[in-house]
Ligand binder design. Structure first.
Ligand code: GAL
Length: 744
């Protein structure tokens, strides 16, 4: 199960005032004069290259006309050998075309050091071949065996309190431990040699939900050493680190890289340095990437190039410390996991929301995972009730089927469920599988998963390779601009307990979904092309530099329509404020100054008038002054005006034309996302682009010529199909938890 404890160093929230001083004062400290005139004090980027290794994309591995094959995790090492054939045969009969083996089975693969036992796995793979079930083979690195942890306790991570994690859980192997990395490479080598040319094995999953689970970060000596080396590589000279970490504040100043430690609030009487924390987060995620890259490099030498390599990331709200882009250069694509009824993610409002689950979260997870390589697959799809929510409701009858269909609509190349066999022992008792505990009867959710798989397979005969995205839908396409640093820095330093970066991004993501827009997340390594992305949204894009702002200007001048939201451009890449007016590098782009911003307590609201309606907010609101004579482009029009508080009458949302495109700045984070929707729809309307206006949590997706509508709301919804719609499943009116599938 994913871990749900707070992402990082929460104490930062409680010492916001001190830290804001810290960020502000650091810039004006005398050190900075010195630093600015010394060219040596720069940064060497220590990010992996983000080249895509497989230019053919998904088509090299996945046959489009197979649409979305279904599969399930299976754990032969947990069951007596007599069950294996029965279970694999049953999978095949029920329509599963692949299974997933081995991710936690290191102790079964190598019971004592160097003593490899793959007989059980050979037999299972041979049975899969016999019944036509393909295999995703996994590396067992999340679970170092007891003999390894006993021989080398130092391979286990240390938590913030200085406690070394011990054998018995999972994900405790330290990415920074050279010893652990060597042992992992050895077992991966054995697996690669054995299965790298087995035609039943179609792909590889590295590790499991790569992370350190509930511990989140590693503070062990090996991680301290690696962090020191990382910052040395990044800054070269210690004065550069001092500059970028604002170390003059509180005498943080270092005189040698040997003095550097991982920032840790448990070792501090007064918080930690936010610039250092941001670097540590970058480092830890890259360290995970390095550990995964080791495994890929071993496999690539041994496996057939037809076998793909991925991992099953849980990056969204559960594990924000994972930056998918740190694995972009070596994996073929990013896969992901999702649990709708975890109770820790957002549900649709309405009486059935808790049974229908986090439709927005799952759409976000899929669109986001697709960003690194242009395609994705869902690796763990909840097959029914789980064991680790605050409470664990039964899904609404129909919901499991709807979840599978939702991922079909989102374009998933496959759907795999955790798990086929329901566990009868271990830490996940009560977790549903496709089978009931007797191993032979499909469970409630299992039946629906199988049904959805068969329904999707039945559409293969209608697959039309020439189908293209309808032009009116393509016109709505939105790029959501993403850099994980923004998420980290905003979450580290929210500045108000009302602020939630995820919710802010979700409001724009939801606005685009509700408008019926195809969405791509776009990172800074991609040049934004207005022909591909007529509209781009940069939500709370806090960390910028002049180069990025210049690229945004070019995008707009060439015809792009850019929407920037509040908190964008407040800081430099180290997370420091500008020595100048607020959002200094952005001012000329948006054609306005940001005079000041406001935050309100939970029991107060403020209002803003936009397009003839009033919207309320209390998280974050900015007060803007448009420039009468902008340095380029036309003067900004005031689209939204504050209508309460002492700034009533001042601008809150502005819009202006620049070159062939436009730029819109919305300085307000609304309570319910309706303002964000209205802003996007007005940006469309300016260009006469017709948008849908779907209810939140009612989703409509187009994939390979098929329209799919799924309903997470508690009321019937109208799929509003085109006049020539032919329904294959469901009908125009979609009941809660139900699906409609049609072609036009
Ligand atoms: C996932 C995890 C699986 C399993 C599952 C239970 O997050 O990857 O191994 O624990 O949760 O729901």
């Amino acid at each position: 199960m994913p871990f749900i404890s707070p992402p990082i160093l929460r104490h930062l929230r409680s010492c916001g005032t001190l830290l804001s001083l810290m960020a502000g004062l650091a810039l004006t400290s005398p050190n900075y004069g010195l630093a600015q005139t010394t060219p040596k004090l720069g940064i060497n980027e220590v990010k992996p290259a983000t080249t895509v290794i497989n230019p053919n994309g998904a088509d090299k591995f996945f046959d489009r006309k197979e649409l979305m094959p279904i599969g399930a995790y299976y754990y032969p090492e947990a069951w007596p050998a007599r069950r294996w054939e029965r279970d694999i045969k049953r999978m095949a009969e029920l329509g599963f075309t692949f299974t997933h083996l081995g991710e936690f089975a290191w102790a079964a693969m190598e019971p004592t050091e160097g003593n490899y036992r793959f007989g059980w796995l050979d037999t299972t793979v041979a049975l899969c071949a016999k019944y036509g079930v393909k295999v995703i083979m996994c590396t067992p690195s999340p679970c170092p065996p007891a003999w390894l942890s006993a021989k080398h306790p130092e391979i286990q991570i240390m938590n913030a309190e200085g406690r070394t994690m011990r054998h018995g859980g999972r994900l405790q192997g330290s990415w920074s431990s050279p010893i652990y990395r060597e042992y992992v490479k050895k077992i991966v080598t054995e697996l690669g040699k054995r299965y790298g040319n087995n035609p039943t094995v179609v792909g590889w999953q590295l590790d499991n939900e790569p992370s350190h689970g509930g511990a989140h970060y590693d503070y062990a000596p090996a991680a301290q050493t690696a962090f020191r080396a990382w910052v040395k590589q990044k800054y070269g000279v210690i004065d550069s680190l001092n500059k970028h970490w604002g170390a003059a504040f509180w005498s943080n100043t270092y005189t040698s890289f040997d003095q550097i430690r991982i920032p840790n609030d448990k070792e501090s009487t007064a918080g930690t340095n936010p610039h250092q924390v941001l670097d540590f987060q970058r480092f830890q995620s890259q360290e995970m990437g390095n550990y995964m890259r080791d495994q890929t490099m071993v496999l690539r030498k041994l496996i057939n190039p037809k076998q793909w390599v991925t991992s099953n990331f849980a990056f969204y709200k559960f594990l924000p410390e994972v930056n998918l882009y740190d694995n972009k250069d070596h994996l073929d694509f990013s896969a992901f996991t999702f649990y709708w009824l975890s109770t820790y993610l957002d549900n649709a409002p309405g009486k059935l929301g808790y049974r229908l689950g986090s439709g927005l979260g799952t759409a976000f997870a899929s669109d986001f995972a697709r960003a690194t390589h242009g395609y994705t697959g869902i690796m763990e799809l909840q097959p029914g009730q789980i064991n680790w929510g605050a409470f664990n409701p039964q899904p609404l009858p129909g919901a499991v089927r709807m979840w599978v269909w939702h991922h079909f609509g989102l374009g998933s190349k496959f759907a795999c469920t955790y798990r086929f066999d329901r566990p009868t022992y271990g830490g996940e008792l009560y977790h549903y599988g496709i089978m009931d505990p007797d191993g032979v009867t499909p469970s409630l959710g299992g039946k629906e998963y199988i049904q959805a798989g068969k329904e999707i397979a039945s559409l293969k005969k209608l697959y039309n390779p020439k189908a293209t995205l309808p032009a009116d839908v393509a016109a709505r396409k939105v790029a959501i601009l993403w850099n994980q640093d923004n998420l980290w820095d905003l979450q580290n330093y929210p500045h108000t307990n009302q602020w939630d970066t995820w919710e802010h991004v979700y409001r724009y993501f939801s606005a685009a979904k509700r408008s019926g827009a195809p969405i791509d997340f776009v990172s800074e390594d991609i040049v934004l092309d207005p022909a591909k992305y007529p509209t781009a949204i940069a939500p709370a894009y806090q960390l910028v530099d002049a180069k990025l702002v210049a690229r945004w200007r070019t995008y707009v001048e060439q015809g792009g329509h850019l929407i920037l939201s509040c908190r964008s451009g407040q800081k430099d890449r180290s997370g420091q404020l500008w020595e100048g007016p607020y959002i200094d590098p952005l001012r000329n782009l948006i054609g306005a100054n940001l005079d000041y911003y406001d935050q309100l307590p939970t029991n107060a609201t403020s209002t803003l008038a936009f397009a003839g309606k009033e919207f309320s907010w209390n998280n974050w609101g900015e007060i803007l002054s448009p420039h009468a004579k902008p340095t380029y482009g036309s003067p900004a029009q005031v689209w939204g005006q504050h209508t309460s508080q002492f700034y009533a009458g001042k601008a809150g949302v502005i819009h202006r034309k620049v070159g062939k495109g436009s730029i819109t700045y919305n300085g307000t984070d609304s309570d319910d996302g309706e303002l964000e929707l209205a802003v996007l729809q007005k940006v469309y309307a300016e260009r006469n682009i017709k948008a849908e206006n779907l209810k939140p949590y009612f989703f409509k997706e187009w994939r390979d010529g098929f329209w799919v509508a799924v309903n997470y709301t508690s009321e019937d919804q109208d799929a509003n199909p085109g006049p020539n719609a032919k329904f294959h499943f469901g009908s125009r009116t979609v009941a809660p938890g139900q699906v409609a599938v049609w072609t036009e």
